[in-house]
Design a protein around this ligand. Structure first.
Ligand code: NAD
Ligand code: DAU
Length: 364
């Protein structure tokens, strides 16, 4: 029923948001309005394949601008808002937290206010059917020891980076709008995503692109930090499941049950590349240990029993299959890579890694 209404997707030009929009338009019938202010991470090329689809509409705008958000909602009359827009990179939050506070906290607050105003004026049946889905992260739960049980929805929040603290704050605001105003909100907390369209400051695309250029592959610390990986379309599928069947006010963990150390992951990428794009030396010879990320969370792991049991969601992609598809996508899309790795990308890499990253320690 809900999935028959038009939706507004914030941050729909980014990595996960664009995958979500493409999946939505392929599998649903209704209109999608993408609201995005196209930061360095937002890229309309992610949406080129649907730009002529009459159900798709793009609006350039900033979630911090509450007045414009309200105007957009009044014009588009959505039955749901799916909120991806955020500053999403932990390392950037360490070097410059202000933008994370602005977008992730102030922006989510302004968006919630605009949504509350719009929602409160809807006729009762539409009010009941409306949903605000907030896309969040496993990082709000903090760090696990190697043998600790995986995070559940009951795990107390313990964010350790400016990024995760700002996401935690936004989760709390969303929760408060349910308890205080009755706004029908849903929150999803997901583990590390990988797949097409991921900006190459994040580990997997960074490793693939550095390897292809014969550059060092930077692994922080001892490489034994553990992440739980999920193919992006499985995350998008999980979000649609929660949108359709989730209970307002509830939170749902989403993850791949694919825990892996960073070093293992990087080695697997190198093995796939050796096969798909062989060179004289194995790509693993480029692996370079660099200075650790400050406050680097040791391990994340998600218990996803709730969404599996209550809503019937499960990931469909295997890790080996998803990784191969991802690497192949970067090999097949050199123009996309060329466009996103020019300009500001170079500046970021120069700021984050020693020029001799080629031998060297991460710069702080
Ligand atoms: P991304 O950085 O690739 O994309 C973020 C998008 O938001 C970009 O298109 C950007 O232009 C837009 N944006 C940023 N600030 C904005 C603003 N003020 N107004 C409007 N648009 C703005 O991020 P992603 O990896 O696609 O993550 C999307 C969401 O999912 C985020 O909320 C993130 O916290 C969450 N998440 C990400 C992962 C992951 O592994 N990438 C895992 C769990 C949760
Ligand atoms: O867990 C979900 C989170 O996953 C999301 O909320 C974030 O938006 C998303 O960016 C991601 O955060 P991470 O910090 O886990 O992702 P990143 O790709 O930056 O790093 C993954 C791991 O790899 C992490 O342990 C740090 C390490 N790493 C990263 C880079 C960029 C390296 O060892 N070397 C690197 O050069």
């Amino acid at each position: 029923m809900l999935l028959k209404s038009p939706i507004v997707v914030t941050g729909g030009a980014g990595f996960i948001g664009s995958n979500f929009v493409l999946q939505w338009l392929a599998e649903q019938q209704t209109n999608v309005t993408v609201l995005d202010n196209l930061t360095y991470a937002g890229n309309l090329e992610n949406l080129t394949s649907v730009e002529k689809d009459k159900r798709y509409h793009f609006v350039l705008g900033d979630i911090v601008d509450g007045g414009s958000m309200r105007q957009l909602l009044d014009e588009q009359r959505p039955g749901a808002v799916v909120h991806f827009a955020a500053e999403s990179h932990v390392d950037r939050s360490i070097l410059g937290p202000a933008e994370f506070i602005r977008t992730n906290i102030e922006g989510t607050f302004q968006l919630l206010e605009a949504v509350r105003g719009y929602w409160s004026e809807l006729p009762t049946p539409q009010q009941r059917a409306f949903r605000f889905l907030h896309v969040s992260t496993d990082e709000v739960y903090g760090s696990l020891t190697p043998t600790a049980l995986a995070f559940t929805e009951e795990t107390p929040y313990a964010p350790n980076s400016p990024y995760s603290a700002s996401k935690a704050a936004s989760d709390h605001l969303v929760r408060a709008y349910y308890h205080t105003y009755g706004l029908p909100v849903l929150t999803t907390n997901c583990s590390n995503n990988y797949g097409p369209h991921q900006f190459p400051e994040k580990l997997i695309p960074l490793v693939v692109l550095n390897a292809l250029k014969g550059l060092p592959i930077p692994v922080y610390g001892d490489g034994q930090n553990v992440r739980d990986w999920l193919f992006v379309t499985d995350h998008c599928d999980g979000i649609r499941t929660v949108l359709e069947r989730g209970v307002p006010g509830q939170t749902y963990n989403i993850g791949g049950r694919q825990e892996m150390s960073n070093l293992d992951l990087v080695q697997q990428i190198c093995i796939v590349l050796d096969e798909l794009k062989p060179t004289e030396k194995p790509y693993a010879s480029l692996i370079t240990f660099v200075k650790d990320r400050p406050g680097h969370d040791r391990r994340y792991a998600m218990n996803t029993s709730k969404i599996e049991r209550e809503l019937g969601w499960q990931p469909r992609e295997t890790f080996a299959g998803g990784l191969r598809k991802t690497i192949q996508w970067y090999l097949d899309n050199p123009e996309w890579v060329e466009h996103v790795t020019s300009g500001s990308y170079r500046e970021w890499i120069d700021l984050q890694y020693e020029p001799s990253s080629l031998t060297g320690a991460a710069k702080r």
